[in-house]
Design a protein around this ligand. Structure first.
Ligand SMILES: Cc1cc2nc3c(=O)[nH]c(=O)nc-3n(C[C@H](O)[C@H](O)[C@H](O)COP(=O)(O)OP(=O)(O)OC[C@H]3O[C@@H](n4cnc5c(N)ncnc54)[C@H](O)[C@@H]3O)c2cc1C
Length: 341
């Protein structure tokens, strides 16, 4: 019997709709990519676990997709199952934590202005633990929590991530890393789930242990603050407006910021890869096919309308080569290339 038929039948018998040959461009913020051989959507955690179990037990190669804001899918697509994570439950729990566990850095910068949370010092402010499904869109979560006077995530305003993607990448906003808010999480791999604490993730800049293990985050508990929702919301609006110049038809910063050693060696005023690409390499606006180094922010590559993944890749290689030849600098990718390149 045909293997394809088997997989479709198995999923169908388990009430999971498996679509075929779905264009992935529509599921990535940069709007690039070929087709997924199989595609399905998980709308709650139970369903997500069921899909993962079915895929693993039937040896189906899979990729869990959040909001697609840090991926570039190959023009050849993905020869397996894309699981679009649209789980979106959340609850403000009654769990309590010790003050000393709260907002435990290391902070992104050792000294930083704007490092106070909305209402952190307000009388009556208290710590809360919020449990969130991994497919929850961060911006939606923030808005819902502000209405319930729960704050803390405002520095991530304007970042088009799901909570799962935010943990996987340890996103950064303002002076904060997402890891500073992670309390514990439920992970899945090889048919098993387990709860881990924040320490397990070994968070670093743009990195969590999930890069290595490829475990799937099902839910996460976040350490937040019950305080002044209106204040949180106004801070969030302020941050989002600062980010509004960033090109949205992109995958965010393509390259990681440089480290302190390279910053000092090159005598730069900041760590920004965008600064290097713009001021030192003069590549702002440089274009290959439909892919362009953004005029607004040189660490971003924009899809000007009809870009292919191949154009983006050529542009990435061009920038890397210039940085190496001119500055002896190895720029590292922040975005993830998915599929065959
Ligand atoms: C306009 C724009 C602005 C941005 N600004 C910022 C910024 O200020 N700071 C910043 O840090 N980033 C920023 N980004 C990058 C991006 O939003 C983040 O990297 C984000 O974390 C990606 O989340 P996602 O849900 O879109 O993940 P996806 O792109 O869907 O996936 C990225 C990776 O996460 C994995 N993943 C997703 N969900 C799970 C899960 N549940 N379990 C395990 N692995 C999972 C995927 O398998 C994949 O490997 C920006 C991007 C854009 C387009």
């Amino acid at each position: 019997m045909n293997i394809k038929m088997n997989i479709e039948e198995i999923f169908s018998k388990n009430n999971i709709e498996l679509k075929k040959e779905i264009s992935l461009a529509q599921y990535s913020t940069i709007k690039i990519g070929g087709k997924a051989k199989y595609f399905t959507i998980a709308t709650n955690s139970k369903e997500l676990l069921k899909i993962l179990n079915l895929a693993e037990s039937n040896n189906v190669r899979y990729f869990v997709l959040g909001n697609g804001s840090n991926v570039i899918f190959s023009d050849k697509g993905f020869d397996g199952l894309i699981i679009l994570n649209e789980t979106s439950g959340y609850s403000i729990t009654n769990e309590t934590i010790q003050k000393k566990e709260f907002f435990a850095p290391p902070p992104r910068y050792s000294t930083e202005e704007n490092n106070v949370f909305a209402g952190e010092n307000s009388p009556g402010a208290k710590n809360v633990i919020v449990k969130v499904d991994s497919g929850m869109r961060l911006q939606k979560l923030m808005k819902k929590l502000f209405k319930q006077d729960v704050v803390g995530l405002e520095y991530f305003a304007g970042i088009p991530a799901t909570v799962g993607g935010a943990v996987y990448m340890n996103i950064h906003g303002g002076a904060k890393y997402f890891s500073e808010f992670v309390h514990s999480a439920l992970l899945f791999k090889k048919g098993k789930t387990r709860v881990v604490t924040a320490k397990y993730f070994e968070f670093e800049y743009d990195w969590s242990k999930l890069h290595e293990t490829r475990e799937v985050l099902i839910w996460v508990k976040l350490k937040l603050l019950k305080s002044e929702g209106a204040l949180g919301e106004s801070l969030a609006i302020n941050w989002a407006s600062q980010k509004s110049i960033q090109p949205r038809v992109s995958a965010g910063c393509v390259f990681k910021n440089i480290n302190k050693k390279e910053k000092d060696r090159l005598n730069l005023p900041n760590y920004s890869a965008g600064f290097v690409i713009d001021k030192l390499l003069g590549l702002k606006g440089y274009k290959i096919g439909g892919a362009k180094i953004s005029d607004k922010h040189a660490a971003f590559i924009e899809n000007t309308g009809n870009a292919k993944a191949e154009d983006v890749l050529k542009l990435i290689e061009y920038v890397k080569e210039k940085a190496k030849n001119k500055l002896n600098l190895d720029l590292e990718l922040e975005v993830e290339l998915v599929g065959e390149f």
